[in-house]
Design a binder for this molecule. Structure first.
Ligand code: ARG
Ligand code: ZN
Length: 862
């Protein structure tokens, strides 16, 4: 069934209070839910029955106002109760088996713990309830369990009471004073140890902080705790948002579909976004922990205090919260480097979504399974859209807008429209046309032409925007596209100030006076709009910008563009030997200048020397031959490795001498160290195997170790097996590190990577029941173009086999693997047919989850 945004109706009944009573057990948990229900005065039908959602549960008993009640019936999964009058107390009993819950939605068991994941629609797998985010209730939760097996009992809000019984059981009562939708409910029971700290809010509330992990892991919680405290401080300072309970608990679990979950006062995390120490976590892992801890904490205001009216509004909380976590991480580290990373993710994950069969606006109009809409579009493009508001309004006015939003909608289930209206009024800007960013899918393309009149000194910038058609949206209206722009004088190397150009029409011209010479155009600086710029920039202009632009993002962009233009021409067969040589020389020269530029810090240098990824290159070609993209990119890398070999070697030596620390300089050195190895390995595999093995052996931290192992994994050399075996043996008891061991092999440049994946699927450490392990092996492979796009279709078959095997276990995670196959329409015809055939094979399976069914059928539709 397709659910439409336009069909929204207010709930017929509200549930101001709910009491939940759990008798917890790994295989047989008894749940008694008592709901105080009352008719919603805003409902359209004042006689509607009470409809409670369920999913795979049966009602043991139904009581109304304490009496057995028979006037109810099951309609599909829903329990529908005929209720006269306007207010009642309804009690329902259910029994569930958490161990059998392999979907990891609702209440499930993870390594002997019991925990929950209720967003979006998991609560209905626990008890019958109007499981929609516009029904807000105060929760009182009683947990009873065997004390030895489950010594810690946690739920949302504050602990009220606890006690022990003679039979070895104990109990705890929790009360959350903040009304919340059911998707924010959580409980955890198990043997956990806390890391504790305290935070005092600006207005003086003392908050007890605790991060709960399994015994042995508590030595790796320090970074997460520091990140939490920094997040709490930052949200007070930057958005004026304070925490609102006396307690803030975080629990880390090993089996988790997503990254983490913002349950009120009880965030539950995938261990990979909590546990970190230098021996087991890379610098990237440290950043991910900091970013996700902040993201979930920030949800307390953007998500919990102000929640979503319905799931079409998901970007209301996710887009805004991603923006907030991006701003936080930028403040904590290097703003330009963070901006570049964010854009790289957007281009690698969201641009392909926007150009494929699953394209949807940041506020979708319809869905079959909401879990399929936790996408890079809703999250990352959603963040870009709100970031554009900050560009249009400026920081102070934007803050006035968010202040108004939080004040006006505190305690409400709001819409994206509410958010835009609040920003409009608070920031005093007109967002009428801007709202199209919520309506239209597809990455806008902006074609740029620059002309110069030497007599008048006038520069004319002619811009033309096109929003490509996407499924269900064949005709598009012009968007509001804010473009930060500068015109550089090529002799002085400077510009006379940045302009904010706001493109609102299909075609528009902008003029600038006072340019004696044709300037060099720097446009979409800081990536001020999530669009594709098509500007006919010469190699000379790009080399100039890569060396001189005072906007660090624009420097990065010029470097990327220089390589993109060259590789696209190479793949399309437009380069003769001379042109290829000239293109390579220009790139090599720009790269050499970056390596030698003393004004750059190493973290930024690390961004500038990175080649554009194959997914982003593929976006520039339609149809794409992935094998040619791969071959040309590897050939360029090898050429650059050879041509600049002395510089790479010197760089590797210099960086290897920097002692370990978590400061920016040492992190920059580590980033460059492995990048130097990557270039050198492409040019001289044998010599570099020795150098990489030396880096591996000398490593006193996971960044160096993983970087070296990554390079070794791509080489056919004895050091490869040696290092892999050593790594596995050394970290055999650390699941997160063993995940790395799987993904490094699956993502490697080794010609047999696909065969390695097929063999690793039978490794004793592999299991389909742990999402991190599944992603480590198969997402890494799906993102490895040479393996996934193997000419005989074996990569596609491997992913389709995985989807079919995983779907009955965990449809949510299985559905994530459909998108790579779904891109068949943009791939050359031979491979496209093979990809399509695998989708058809999946579609023909007798039983599929709603998750996989939706993604596969959309991927096959014309
Ligand atoms: N709200 C969570 C977060 O972004 C993610 C929940 C994921 N749920 C899902 N059904 N995929 O922090
Ligand atoms: Zn989120």
């Amino acid at each position: 069934a397709v659910i439409h945004r336009a069909d929204y109706r207010p709930p017929a009944w509200l549930v101001p209070d709910i009491a939940l009573d759990f008798v917890l057990d790994l295989t047989e948990t008894r749940v008694s839910a008592t709901l105080d229900v009352e008719r919603n005065p805003a409902a359209q039908d004042a006689t509607a029955p009470l409809r409670l959602n369920g999913d795979g549960i049966v009602a043991g008993a139904v009581l109304v106002d304490g009496e057995p009640h028979n006037a109810w019936a099951m309609e599909g999964d829903d329990l529908v109760i005929d209720l006269p009058g306007s207010a009642h107390q309804v009690t329902i009993e259910t029994t569930i088996n958490p161990t059998a819950n392999t979907q990891l939605s609702g209440l499930y068991a993870s390594g002997g713990l019991l925990c929950t994941q209720c967003e979006a629609e998991g609560f209905r797998r626990i008890t019958f309830f109007p499981d929609r985010p516009d029904v807000l209730s105060c929760y009182t939760v009683t947990l009873t369990a065997d004390k030895a097996q489950f010594p810690v009992l946690l739920s949302n809000g504050n602990p009220v009471d606890s006690g022990e019984e003679d039979d070895g059981s104990h109990w705890a009562i929790w009360h959350d004073p903040w009304p919340k939708p059911s998707y924010l409910f959580a409980l955890v029971a198990g043997d956990l140890v806390p890391t504790r700290d305290r935070f005092t809010t600006a207005s003086g509330r003392a908050v007890d902080l605790a991060i709960w992990v399994r015994a042995g892991d508590e030595t790796r919680t320090g970074h997460a705790m520091r990140s939490l405290i920094a997040s709490m401080q930052w949200d007070e300072k930057v958005y004026g948002r304070e925490y609102d309970l006396d307690l803030f608990n975080i629990v880390a679990v090993s089996d988790f579909n997503a990254g983490a979950m913002e349950n009120k006062g009880l965030n539950i995390f995938n261990t990979r976004y909590i546990l970190a120490d230098p021996d087991t976590a890379t610098d990237g892992d440290y950043d991910a922990v900091e970013g996700v801890v902040a993201h979930e904490y920030f949800h307390n205001w953007s998500g919990n205090r102000v929640t979503c009216r319905d799931w079409f509004q998901l970007s209301l909380k996710e887009g805004f919260t991603v923006l907030r976590d991006q701003q936080f991480s930028a403040d904590r580290g290097s703003p330009p480097v963070k901006r570049i990373e964010d854009v790289r993710i957007l281009r690698a994950a969201q641009f392909p979504e926007d150009s494929g069969p699953l394209a949807h606006p940041i506020r979708p109009d319809s869905y079959q399974e909401i879990s399929n809409f936790y996408t890079a579009t809703v999250y990352n493009k959603g963040a870009e859209v709100i970031r554009m508001m900050t560009v249009l309004a400026g920081p102070e006015r934007f803050r006035a807008g968010t202040d108004l939003y939080f004040e006006r909608h505190d305690g409400q289930a709001a819409t994206c429209e509410d958010f835009v209206t609040a920003i409009e009024e608070g920031a005093q800007i007109d967002l009428a046309q801007f709202r199209r960013w919520y309506e239209q899918a597809g990455t806008p393309r902006v074609d740029v032409a620059l002309s110069h009149d030497p007599v008048s000194g006038r520069v004319t910038l002619a811009l033309k925007q096109t929003v490509p058609p996407t499924p269900g949206q064949s005709v598009k209206q012009p968007m509001v596209i804010p473009l930060r722009t500068a015109l550089f004088d090529r002799q002085s190397g400077t510009h006379g100030g940045e302009h904010l150009i706001v493109l609102t029409q299909g075609q528009q011209q902008f003029t600038f006076e006072g340019h004696a010479r044709p300037p060099v155009l720097s446009i979409n600086r800081g990536f001020s709009a999530p669009v594709a710029i098509i500007a006919p920039q010469t190699v000379e202009d790009l080399v100039f910008l890569a060396a001189h632009d005072d906007d660090p993002f624009a420097r990065y962009e010029a470097m990327q563009q220089l390589v993109v233009q060259h590789l696209v021409a190479a793949v399309e067969g437009r380069l003769d030997d001379d042109a290829r040589e000239a293109g390579r020389k220009a790139i090599g020269g720009a790269l050499a200048a970056i390596l030698a530029d003393a004004g750059l810090d190493d973290l930024m240098r690390g961004e500038l020397v990175m080649l554009p990824g194959e997914a982003y290159l593929a976006e520039q070609l339609n149809p794409v031959d992935p094998a040619r993209v791969h071959a040309e990119r590897e050939a360029l890398k090898a050429w650059l490795g050879r041509e600049l070999a002395p510089a790479w070697t010197a760089l590797h030596d210099r960086c290897a001498a920097v002692p370990f620390s978590l400061d920016a300089a040492a992190r920059g050195a580590r980033k460059l160290k492995t990048q130097a190895l990557v270039y050198l390995a492409a040019a001289d595999p044998q010599g570099t195997a020795l150098r990489a093995k030396a880096q591996y052996d000398a490593a006193d931290n996971m960044t160096d170790r993983q970087g070296a192992l990554m390079v070794l994994c791509g080489l056919d050399c004895p050091q490869r097996e040696e290092a892999l075996d050593h790594f596995h043996a050394r970290f055999a008891d650390n699941r997160l590190v063993i995940d790395k061991w799987f993904s490094l092999q699956a993502g490697s440049l080794h010609p047999d990577a696909l065969a390695h994946v097929q063999a690793l699927a039978h490794h004793p450490d592999f299991t389909l029941t742990n999402p991190n392990r599944v992603r480590a092996l198969y997402m890494a492979m799906a993102a490895n173009p040479a393996a996934f796009h193997a000419a005989d279709g074996a990569g596609y078959r491997t992913i389709a086999d995985l989807i079919l095997a995983l779907d009955p276990i965990n449809g949510n995670v299985a559905a994530r693997f459909v998108a790579p196959l779904g891109r068949w329409r943009r791939v050359e015809p031979g491979r496209a047919a093979l990809m399509r055939a695998e989708l058809e094979r999946i579609a023909a399976a007798p039983r599929l989850s709603r998750d996989v069914r939706e993604q596969v059928s959309k991927s096959l539709e014309a």
